[in-house]
Design a protein around this ligand. Structure first.
Ligand code: C5P
Length: 223
């Protein structure tokens, strides 16, 4: 039997990475962070000095952009390479974060990455997180989850994350950035952030990571 695909979508900072990684570990399935892939392309675009608005130029450069993801220990974040460069840290920089939604809106970029994402899931046995896992990339996923949290709570969580990586950013700035990224991701014409009709929504403001993980696991069919 095919192992299940679990699709986890939601806005920035809803806790997707931590939860997805733990669900994957508990079930012994592969973990796929598709946000890291969009970030990797964005890092490459910036590194090559291509203006982030220049869709035609970006589309051409995709041919020379090879992305590789590899789980690392217990960390919710994969190790990520673009060609021979390790970009695990670099793709979390405020610069990449500020530009990624612009790059992720381009059809050529989405086609390029969605194809790779579907290859990861071709044999099933995957927990994938992103914005369009349940709606576009894995519409037949066995379990679809939509994680949400208030902007305030997500900004607070992002701030803790960033502090651990040595970045200091104010809460109000993070709230503004998150709200802007939500707006960009939800209103783009292609694959906007959207809850799939058959997704289970989990509002995580008052839940612990363990609570969320066990709720998700309770929806996974055993066998
Ligand atoms: O999840 P993360 O915050 O790392 O995602 C970064 C950005 O990548 C999102 O804000 C969104 O613009 C884009 N993204 C996307 N589709 C996905 C995953 C991420 O458009 N499946």
């Amino acid at each position: 039997v095919r192992q299940p695909i679990i699709a986890i979508d939601g806005p920035a900072g809803a806790g997707k990475s931590t939860v997805t990684r733990q669900v994957a570990d508990k079930l012994g399935l592969l973990y796929l962070d598709t946000g890291a892939m969009y970030r990797a392309v964005t890092w490459y675009v910036l590194e090559c000095g291509i203006p982030v608005q220049d869709e035609t130029h970006i589309a051409q450069f995709l041919k020379t952009c090879q992305i590789r993801l590899e789980p690392q220990g217990d960390s919710p974040q994969c190790r990520v390479w673009v060609n021979q460069h390790e970009v695990t840290q670099a793709i979390r920089s405020p610069d990449v974060t500020a530009q990624v939604s612009t790059v992720a809106a381009f059809p050529a970029v989405r086609e390029f990455l969605v194809r790779q994402q579907q290859e990861y899931g071709a044999a099933g046995g995957l927990v994938a997180e992103g914005r369009d896992m349940g709606t576009q990339v894995f519409p037949d996923a066995e379990v679809k989850i939509f994680l949400t949290a208030s902007v305030q709570e997500r900004a607070r969580r992002r701030q803790l994350d960033l502090e651990k990586q040595g970045y200091e950013v104010s809460l109000s700035q993070l709230e503004a950035e998150i709200a802007q990224r939500d707006q960009q991701d939800s209103t783009r014409p292609i694959s906007p952030l959207q809850k799939a009709e058959d997704a289970i929504e989990i509002q995580t403001d008052d839940l612990t990571v363990e609570d969320v993980v066990s709720q998700i696991l309770s929806h996974v069919p055993s066998d």
